[in-house]
Each structure stands twice: as structure tokens, then as C-alpha cells.
Design a protein around this ligand. Structure first.
Ligand code: UDX
Length: 458
């Protein structure tokens, strides 16, 4: 068993640390925030993630994981240091590497034995070469330090599972020593390992994430065309999915992708290409489609309602996807300010994301409008003039069509996640618009759909 230090206790660092402890390594997680360290020692996770607290508590009790602010002690003794600090987006779309640089320097000044530095954070291709050079420039003791790339593919909401049962482990190294050490660390997981050079490993991460973003934007583009020509994007996706070259996953059209990875990584790859004198046309298109997609329903509703001023608007779902309290790049963040600016009276429900959202938009008056946070979907829907669905949480999906009809003043629903069946909404008497499908109860359109005539875009 090896001694592993992990720099950064965000999604990537903390989940990786817990994963390594779970398979038997001795793990010390480093964070600069004293309160956060104490919180983690008492078994509380700073992030909302299924199974995480349970495994933190179990491995802490077994003495396999601990948390500290004392990076000097942590890096001095480690066989390997995993870096999982953030690489936020700069204004120009490039990745901000200042946190990586800080950690790299701390490592260089404190390692006392041969040590492998493993970068898990998503970094532009070529960064790890520079990190290795940087560490060697600042190295105090006469020890061997190399840098490896080991990108992370976990998705929020299933991060622990994605780590323990990863589809593949990508390791990018420049020496046999580094490759063998990383293989030894990962051996107990018993997962497929793909060993490549450092730059290829860095590229695999971007190419994978951006491919998925592209797949979503492609389906959203197709969805928008489906609406215009009277096709149904869910039927289209199902038909496509039988071809295993296409696959059945990530074909869900909706209100655009959000989260901490796809928006950032598409922009970073586009930036990298531009820096290298190349235009990455496919990724530019994915970014473009996604930008428009996020406010598509708002625009449709604006046409239908003339104004939101003084209307009671139910917002169901605030996080960028279910299973997380993360709001980064969530469609709600694009739409709520537009509604408030128009003077809407918003009643928002999210099972987990309310607290984070309220930090950005405190309850009460906001500009011309107001925002209120409620405990369940029904409370939000009561007497509402219009409803927007932004996240497909289980207890939002569970709201039956007749409930919209019974509770709302006018049963008018804009569904960004294609949760409901059109026929069911039609029968319940709900006026219903979604993504890439015919509307329900918009006078006559059902007939158009049946007869195969063109449905007008609304
Ligand atoms: C993603 C990748 O899945 C993961 O491998 C990588 O390490 C980090 O980025 P995450 O951002 O947590 O993970 O969520 P994911 O489930 O992939 O969803 C991303 C966004 O795409 C969400 O906004 C989601 O709603 C949207 N999405 C996903 C769609 O709109 N349609 C789909 O079919 C799938």
C-alpha cells in the first residue's frame, strides 16, 4: 500500500482520495481551508454526492484517510501526490492554472523522497510538461520528481461509483518508472488501464468531454429542426440508438448542457486550437447551439405571453442536472434573471439546489420581480400562470399531468427536459411545449402532427 497525498478536496480531489482509501492506500487530503478540513474529519462532506459521506466516515475510522492544511508534512512523505485543484475558465476561455502552479511550488519545496506528481485536474495539452519543468526549477532536495497525467471522467451525482467502477483509467507518463508506479496504485481497482504519453492523456480528456457535448448539441440542433418539420426528437433518438456505432446514451435533447465540465472544456479546446492557428469548427458549433438552446423556451414563452410582468411563474429545478447541488452553467441561471428583469413573481422548487441558488438570488424582491423558494413542486404550481421545468429531478418528474391542470391558474408548461408525454398532457388539458416535439393543446397542432403537415414553430 502506498502513501498518497491529494491536493484539493473538490469533486475531483476528494472523490479520488476516498477511492484510493477504499482500495487500501493511506491517503492524506490537503486543503487550505481549516474549517473544511475539520468538517471532513468529522465525517461531513463539503459536497453533495451519493455514498461519499458514508465512505469518508468508514475510511477515516479505519485510519486510511485523513485531512490536513499542513501541506509541508503531507508532501514530504508521499509516494505520489495527486493534484485535483480547480482550473476555472479565464475570460478568454483559456484555463486558469494558478492553483496548479501554487500546489506545484509547494510540492517542489517540500518533497524529501522520490515522488510522482499526478495531475487529475483538466489541463490544456502540454501543461504537464510545464508543471514538471516548474517543479524541477523549484526543487529543494535531490530527489526524483516526475509528472503524470491521469484525467478524471467522473460525472456529478455518480462520482463515487464512476471512480470505483471507472470505464477506463487513462495514464499519461514519460517514463517506465512513472507508468509502473501509477499502474501499481490503480492495480487494486481491477479496471482497464490505457497507458499513453502525457500529451495524449491530456487530449483524451478534452476529446471525450467535447465529443459528449457535441453529441448533445447535435441532438438539440436536430430537435429544433424536428419541431419545424413535424418530427418527434425522442422517436428519432430511439430510432438512431439501435445502431451501436451511434449508441443509446447522450441522445436526450433538452435545454442545453451545463455543469463544471462541458461548457468549460469546449471553450478551452476551442481556445487551444486558436492558439495553435487551427479552427475547431465542430466544437465552435457545439458551443453556439448550446448558447441558444438555454433560452429557447423563455423566448417561446415570451412570444406566447407578451410579458411576464406580475405573472406567477413556477420554476421546477435549479441545478444543472439531478443528483447534485451544483448550479454551474445551469439553465436556471440564464432564465431566472430574464424572468426577474421582466417583473415575474417566481416560485422556485429544487430538492437540493435552493440554498445555493438563494445565495445568488436571495428570497424577496429582485429588480422588478420577486423570487420565493418553496418546499415542493405543488406549492410552486399553485395559482401559477406559467411553469418552466429546468431539471429532471425524480420528484419533479413525478408531478402528474392532471396536477398542472388542477393547481395552476393557467396550465401552461414549458418543459426543458421532455419529461411528459404529449398525449398525456393533451388529455389532461395542459398547454405544453417541450424540445423537439409537437406541442399539446395549442389549437389544431395535434391534427397537423397526425396528418404529417408542417407544424409551425412557436
Ligand atoms: C460530465 C461527463 O459526463 C464526465 O465524464 C466528465 O468527467 C465531467 O463532465 P457532468 O458534468 O457531471 O459530467 O454531467 P453529465 O451527466 O455528463 O451531464 C452534463 C450536462 O449535459 C447536463 O447539463 C445534462 O443535463 C446534459 N445532458 C446530458 C443532456 O442535455 N442530454 C444528454 O443526453 C445527456
Amino acid at each position: 500500500m502506498l502513501k498518497i497525498a491529494v491536493a484539493g478536496t473538490g469533486y475531483v480531489g476528494l472523490v479520488a482520495g476516498v477511492g484510493f482509501a477504499e482500495i487500501g492506500h493511506r491517503v492524506l487530503c490537503v486543503d487550505i481551508d481549516e474549517t473544511k478540513v475539520e468538517m471532513m474529519q468529522s465525517g461531513i462532506s463539503p459536497i453533495y454526492e451519493k455514498d461519499l459521506e458514508e465512505l469518508m466516515q468508514k475510511n477515516y475510522a479505519a485510519g486510511r484517510i485523513n485531512y490536513t492544511t499542513d501541506y509541508e508534512a503531507a508532501y514530504k512523505e508521499a509516494d505520489a501526490v495527486f493534484i485535483g485543484v480547480g482550473t476555472p475558465e479565464n475570460e478568454d476561455g483559456s484555463a486558469n492554472l494558478s492553483y496548479i502552479a501554487t500546489v506545484a511550488r509547494q510540492i517542489a519545496e517540500n518533497v524529501e523522497k522520490d515522488c510522482l506528481i499526478v495531475v487529475k485536474s483538466t489541463v490544456p495539452v502540454g501543461t504537464n510538461d510545464k508543471v514538471e519543468q516548474f517543479i524541477n526549477d523549484f526543487l529543494v532536495n535531490d530527489v526524483r520528481v516526475e509528472v503524470a497525467s491521469n484525467p478524471e471522467f467522473l460525472a456529478q451525482g455518480s462520482a463515487v461509483h464512476d471512480t470505483l467502477y471507472a470505464k477506463r483509467i487513462i495514464i499519461g507518463t514519460e517514463s517506465e518508472w512513472a507508468e509502473n508506479l501509477l499502474k501499481k496504485i490503480y492495480e487494486p481497482f481491477n479496471l482497464p488501464i490505457v497507458a499513453v504519453n502525457r500529451r495524449s492523456a491530456e487530449m483524451i480528456k478534452y476529446a471525450s468531454n467535447d465529443f459528449l457535448a457535441l453529441k448533445i448539441s447535435y441532438m438539440n440542433d436536430i430537435a429544433n429542426l424536428c419541431e419545424l418539420v413535424g418530427a418527434d426528437v425522442q422517436d428519432v433518438a430511439q430510432g438512431m440508438s439501435f445502431d451501436d456505432r451511434i449508441g443509446s446514451k447522450f441522445l436526450n435533447a433538452g435545454i442545453g448542457y451545463g455543469g463544471s465540465c462541458f461548457p468549460k472544456d469546449t471553450k478551452a479546446l476551442d481556445y487551444l486550437a486558436t492558439q495553435n492557428g487551427y479552427e475547431l469548427k465542430t466544437i465552435k458549433a457545439a458551443i453556439d447551439v448550446n448558447k441558444d438552446q438555454k433560452t429557447l423556451l423563455y423566448k417561446k414563452a415570451s412570444n406566447r405571453l407578451i410579458t411576464f410582468n406580475g405573472l406567477k411563474v413556477a420554476v421546477l429545478g435549479l441545478t444543472f442536472k439531478p443528483g447534485t447541488d451544483d448550479l454551474r452553467e445551469a439553465p436556471s441561471l440564464e432564465n431566472v434573471p430574464l424572468l426577474l428583469a421582466q417583473g415575474a413573481d417566481i416560485y422556485a422548487f429544487d430538492p437540493v439546489g435552493k440554498e445555493n441558488f438563494a445565495k445568488l438570488y436571495p428570497e424577496g424582491t429582485n429588480g422588478k420581480g420577486t423570487i420565493n423558494y418553496v418546499e415542493n413542486a405543488e406549492e410552486a404550481l399553485k395559482d401559477a400562470n406559467v411553469c418552466f421545468i429546468f431539471t429532471e429531478w425524480g420528484n419533479i418528474k413525478a408531478v402528474r399531468p392532471k396536477v398542472f391542470k388542477e393547481l395552476m391558474r393557467t396550465p401552461l408548461v414549458y418543459d426543458g427536459r421532455n419529461i411528459h408525454g404529449i398525449d398525456a398532457m393533451e388529455q389532461a388539458g395542459v398547454e405544453y411545449y417541450s424540445i423537439g416535439r409537437a406541442p399539446a393543446n395549442r389549437g389544431g397542432l395535434k391534427e397537423l402532427k397526425k396528418s404529417g403537415l408542417q407544424a409551425a414553430r412557436f
